[in-house]
Write a protein of this length. Structure first.
Lengths: 253, 338
């Protein structure tokens, strides 16, 4: 059993069921796009995977080991979570910001060692923020900041990266940069689960898309198979011709 | 412009400011109503002066200097820790009502006379008051991330504790009790003895240790609660440990010195620009800066020629409140500036 295995995941928020029995199997080395209308349960799904949202029932396992039985440290080093629209509360330099990702790996004295420094440099290089290392992260532009925050999540060196709308509020150019970076990260053997509302980006960059609606998975597969006009019409309740970026399978190029 | 927050290494910064604070503490041995020459004081410190001079230096001035440094350090550390925990540079034991609730605990001990009956009752009641105040405040403060939530929660806690203190003053059996409570509330370090140092020091050390053990979690919190939790920090435990540490340390400080506000606000404000801005790295430099500030303030109240000695808490509030206003006016780190 290698990879992520989710069985019958149910989550209630304030007494309302948000996830109603989600099953998902995903192996390493893939960029999986998580799509669905607002309120479909996408964010709750990511949060429940890394146990930020308590599950009512169901199991999440990584390489056959249930997360419930992992130590906090093992969980924190196996799953990196990039929350949506993160606020940075202190004007840290980009390097210090990225170093936060190493916190679960530091020894009891909290010393940043050679391996930590190497991981921080590698994470900054991977998303092209190494030249910004000494800049205050609060002074970056939106695109630079999104990449710096992604570098923070990468520095964890976790096997799974859970990214909640990493391209939100980015212009098309910077959104493409982030998706390219996520795909490169997946190619290094990690599993990347990324929420996006951009069907075009999902279609072009994701190896697989999972379409959620009302707390259930309604489609799961390669983008061209999962995102059919018919499904988009029922899930998003809009004429697919109105959706920017998305093109019916076979029409692209 | 983009600041380059490379920062001085925290231990070096903390140690050099601490050395300054100790120097101020040593100089403060020269200050007092008894006209002692520097030579006499030096002789007393070295142990060969006449017994009266020796008593003045060791029984009156040294405890006062030690308390100023200890309490200043604790208040500075508490402010830095609360600011990291609540991700808000306005957090301070006085602003969020911890000092008031500690005072209420102490006033209850004074009012019912238990303080006179059992010497430990006053500090224990102050710690208990601080703890109740903080544990009631944290859930309120964590409901929203903006500075206003925290300030409003602090106002509410201070108002509640203030009402309790007023009630005690209102119902006080005689004018002496009233003036005893009122003067004690103003905060002062005059006429403190070695006994006070021995009472406060262990509690302050314990509180500081509890806080310093949570330093890394504060760095994780720089990215908000979800990020910190995903990095493996149990935020309920972190919050409780810091609240307990602040309550024990500030409670002890209030018990021996009354209410001394704003040191926890001003010390991190001064120290942080010299650090790399990580909350963990701001803790020790803020502690030394707090010690330096309170050491200086306690020399100042003795040097300013007023009819009755200026109260330390009054002076720190006069300095601290304007800083608080400046911080309110300043844009926060993450305010959209683009």
């Amino acid at each position: 059993m290698s990879g992520l295995s989710i069985r019958g995941l149910c989550v209630d928020l304030g007494g309302t069921p948000v996830l109603r029995g989600v099953d998902l199997e995903a192996g390493p080395g893939a960029l999986v796009g998580l799509l669905g209308p607002n309120g479909a349960g996408k964010s709750t799904f990511l949060r429940a995977i890394c146990r930020l949202a308590p599950a009512r029932s169901g199991t999440v396992a990584w390489n056959g080991r249930p997360l419930a039985r992992m130590s906090v440290r093992e969980r924190a080093t196996s799953f990196a979570y990039l929350p949506q629209g993160q606020t940075l509360h202190w004007p840290l330099s980009v390097r210090r910001l990225v170093e936060i990702g190493r916190l679960p790996r530091l020894g009891p004295l909290g010393r940043v060692g050679a391996a930590d420094r190497a991981a921080v440099e590698a994470a900054m290089a991977a998303v092209d923020v190494a030249h910004l290392a000494e800049r205050a992260a609060t002074s970056l532009s939106g695109g630079e900041r999104a990449r710096a925050l992604l570098a923070r999540a990468l520095a964890v060196e976790a096997a799974v990266l859970l990214a909640d709308e990493p391209t939100a509020s980015l212009d098309p150019c910077h959104a493409v940069e982030i998706m390219q970076a996520l795909r490169r990260i997946a190619r290094t053997g990690r599993l990347v689960l990324a929420i996006t509302h951009d069907l075009g980006l999902a279609q072009r960059f994701c190896d697989r898309v999972v379409l959620l609606d009302q707390g259930r998975i309604v489609a799961d597969g390669p983008p061209d198979e999962a995102l059919t006009s018919e499904r988009l019409r029922t899930v998003y309740r809009v004429d697919p011709a109105m959706l920017s970026g998305w093109a019916p399978a076979g029409a692209a190029g | 412009m983009t600041a380059v927050p490379c920062g001085v290494r925290a231990p070096a910064l903390a140690l050099s400011v601490a050395a300054l604070a100790v120097a101020v503490g040593a100089l403060s041995l020269l200050v007092g109503p008894a006209p002692l020459s520097p030579g006499e004081v030096a002789a007393a410190v070295l142990g060969d002066a006449d017994p009266i001079v020796s008593d003045i230096v060791w029984q009156i001035r040294a405890p006062r200097a030690a308390l100023a440094l200890l309490i200043g350090a604790m208040l500075g550390l508490s402010g830095a820790a609360l600011q990291g925990l609540l991700r808000n540079p306005l957090a301070d034991p006085a602003v969020i009502g911890t000092s008031s609730s500690a005072s209420l605990g102490a006033v209850i001990a004074l009012y019912f006379g238990v303080a006179a009956a059992a010497p430990l009752a006053l500090p224990l009641m102050a710690v208990a008051g601080a703890l109740v105040g903080l544990l009631a405040l944290l859930p309120l403060a964590r409901r929203g991330e903006g500075p206003s939530t925290l300030i409003l929660a602090g106002v509410a806690m201070s108002a509640l504790a203030g009402a309790g203190v007023s009630l005690a003053l209102n119902l006080a059996p005689n004018p002496f009790a009233v003036s005893e409570i009122a003067f004690w509330l103003l905060g002062s370090l005059s006429d403190r003895s070695v006994r006070h140092v021995l009472l406060a020091a262990p509690l302050i050390a314990a509180g500081a240790a509890l806080i310093l053990l949570q330093a890394r979690a504060l760095d994780g919190l720089a990215l908000g609660e979800d990020a910190a939790r995903s990095l493996g920090f149990d935020l309920d435990r972190v919050g409780t440990a810091i609240a307990a540490g602040v309550a024990i340390g500030v409670g002890a400080a209030v018990a021996v010195a009354g209410s001394i506000g704003f040191v926890g606000l001003v010390a991190p404000y001064l120290a942080r620009p010299f650090t790399d801005q990580r909350p963990s790295q701001c803790l020790l430099p803020s502690a030394s800066t707090g010690a330096l500030l309170l050491g200086l303030a306690d020399v100042a109240v003795r040097l300013v020629p007023t009819a009755s000695e200026l109260r330390l808490g009054v002076v720190t509030a006069l300095i601290g409140a304007p800083v608080f206003i400046v911080l309110l006016l300043r844009p926060r780190a993450e305010e959209p500036s683009r």
